[in-house]
Ligand binder design. Structure first.
Ligand code: SAH
Ligand code: SF4
Ligand code: F3S
Length: 496
């Protein structure tokens, strides 16, 4: 039957809904469809996730293992997937070999993210040879890519299910079909996307929570695949967000992170003038102890937002503000819609209004056509901003994006050299910024145990702290004296 589906696909050489023999359907992604943006109103669906009684025990006595790649959106999607699976009777395991169902929630952002997933699939294949009953699936952003789904159909036919980022609420039905037919079930919608308000969640932490405030992205930076894999920008209505935050408070949560690819544009797609500043104010007024938000796009960072962040003590003085490049020429080619000057101006305003601000960023080196001079411009901005830390990447061409078609004549060796030089500079400022904390007493939310068995948590400014102290502090925000400094973390002890 797997072969039959594949033949149908080849025969029609097209995507969309393809029926294999009238009994079920295969929906495949299409990058051209995924690119579409229309004025069609977003539908808010509050009853779409349904689990029939006959599916509630499908997973009884079975364990699932889920591996998550990529950003916090994916981490949060995995929290939804876990809750759905547990609604179906499955139990979570963190031991791969014990699992009856293995899901990979994947990321498409750079080629190495892809490679890691295909490497892991090799491991699962071995496992499946000894335990053929294992059900294996792939979801997340890679599932939205035409080329990936094709590759799975050709080279990974032994897999059981593939479902896209718009199909999570349909997981019970997709899984039921996969378990019944032992066929490769593929369901990936290439669409702008709706908002689903009734998907359950099993949160990884009891103290800090991810809260989606928007989905998708309409910025279409020329290097980036996210607008294709996640659909159109869709802001959640404020009342749903505030209800979720209030519910988290009543459960004892101390911290929320408001999530979106471009949170500063929150509300622009909703009727009226309610924007990110308004949302931050209203979330702050709920009284939750700590509020974070990510990711900010420099283009939409308005003065009202800065005022609100500086006014409320429970909005953390931490901003992740991706720079990508310090060269105006490259920023234009990237379609980022700001200049080095306007970026620096924004940083200056932020630092002035929020004195304890910690600032982090993302930078891409080796974008097609980046010259030594362009790269020097990036280094200059890093020197001026003195970031607390930065995620730095070598440009990775993504199929279907405009930058993948640009002429790229910089050698990998040169790109690596630039990355090394950039990282040296970033590390220097990371270390310098951390020095300021020595002997200071700072509030830390104790999240649990670190790798070495000590306590760990984060400061208001998002610095990781490894702490000596008693387990009874877990889940509380406590004063910690910083006793020593490393480039990427601090050490401290609890002071009462
Ligand atoms: N929405 C965020 C970024 C999300 S992706 C923003 O607009 O800033 C996270 C980071 O991955 C980006 O900031 C960028 O630095 C990096 N990235 C995205 N696409 C990339 C590509 N094709 N090659 C290398 N790095 C990339
Ligand atoms: Fe990608 Fe740009 Fe959207 Fe960020 S703003 S997700 S980099 S397209
Ligand atoms: Fe990766 Fe998709 Fe996030 S591409 S970075 S998991 S939105």
């Amino acid at each position: 039957m797997k072969i039959l589906k594949y033949i149908w696909l080849k025969f029609f050489n097209t995507y969309g809904i393809i029926s294999n023999n009238g009994s079920d359907t295969v929906n495949l992604p299409n990058i051209l469809e995924a690119k579409k943006r229309t004025n069609k109103e977003i539908e808010i669906k509050t009853n779409e996730y349904i689990i029939n009684n006959n599916l509630k025990h499908l997973g009884d006595n079975y364990c699932y293992y889920i591996k998550t790649y990529g950003c916090q959106m994916n981490v949060h999607d995995s929290e939804n997937i876990k809750a759905i699976l547990e609604d179906m009777g499955f139990t979570e395991t963190d031991v791969l070999e014990e699992a009856d169902l293995i899901l990979l929630n994947t990321c498409s952002i750079r080629e190495n993210a892809h490679n890691k997933v295909f490497g892991f699939l090799g491991r699962i294949k071995h496992l499946k040879e000894t335990k053929p009953h294992i059900i294996t699936g792939l979801c997340g952003c890679m599932a939205q890519e035409e080329s990936v789904v094709k590759e799975i159909m050709e080279r990974y036919k032994w897999m059981d299910l593939v479902f896209g980022t718009h199909n999570i609420h349909r997981l019970p039905n997709i899984l039921e079909r996969a378990m019944a037919t032992r066929e490769l079930e593929i369901e990936v919608f290439s669409k702008e996307g709706d908002i689903f308000e009734n998907i359950p969640v099993k949160r990884d932490s009891k103290y800090k929570a991810w809260v989606n405030i928007m989905y998708g992205c309409d910025k279409f930076c020329t290097y980036c695949i996210v607008p294709y894999t996640r659909g159109k920008q869709r802001s959640r209505k404020p009342e749903f967000i505030l209800d979720e935050v209030n519910d988290l408070i009543s459960q004892g949560y101390q911290e929320v992170t408001l999530l979106g690819q471009n949170v500063n544009a929150y509300g622009k797609d909703l009727p009226g003038n309610y924007r990110m500043g308004d949302l931050l104010r209203d979330v702050a007024e709920t009284g939750i102890r700590r509020i974070r938000f990510m990711t900010s796009h420099p283009w939409d960072f308005d003065d009202e937002m800065i005022d609100i962040i500086s006014k409320y003590d429970n909005i953390m003085p931490y901003v992740h503000l991706p720079l990508q490049s310090g060269s105006n020429r490259i920023l234009k080619l990237m379609g980022r819609r700001y200049t080095k000057e306007s970026y620096l101006n924004l940083v200056q305003k932020l630092k002035k209004k929020i004195p304890s601000l910690a600032l982090t960023t993302d930078i891409i080196v080796g974008f097609p056509g980046e010259t030594d001079k362009d790269f020097e411009d990036t280094l200059e901005v890093v020197k001026k901003c003195q970031y607390d830390s930065a995620f730095t990447f070598i440009f990775s061409p993504r199929v279907g994006t405009p930058a993948a078609r640009m002429k790229d004549d910089i050698s990998l060796e040169e790109k690596n050299k630039r990355l090394y030089k950039l990282n040296e500079l970033v590390n220097k400022y990371a270390n310098k910024n951390n020095q300021k904390y020595l002997d200071k007493i700072v509030p830390v939310l104790i999240e649990g145990k670190g790798e070495k068995g000590n306590l760990m948590g984060y400061t208001d400014t998002m610095k990781l702290v490894n702490i000596d102290g008693d387990d009874s502090n877990i889940g509380f925000i406590v004063p910690v004296k910083i006793t020593s400094i490393k480039t990427w973390s601090l050490d401290g002890k609890i002071i009462f």
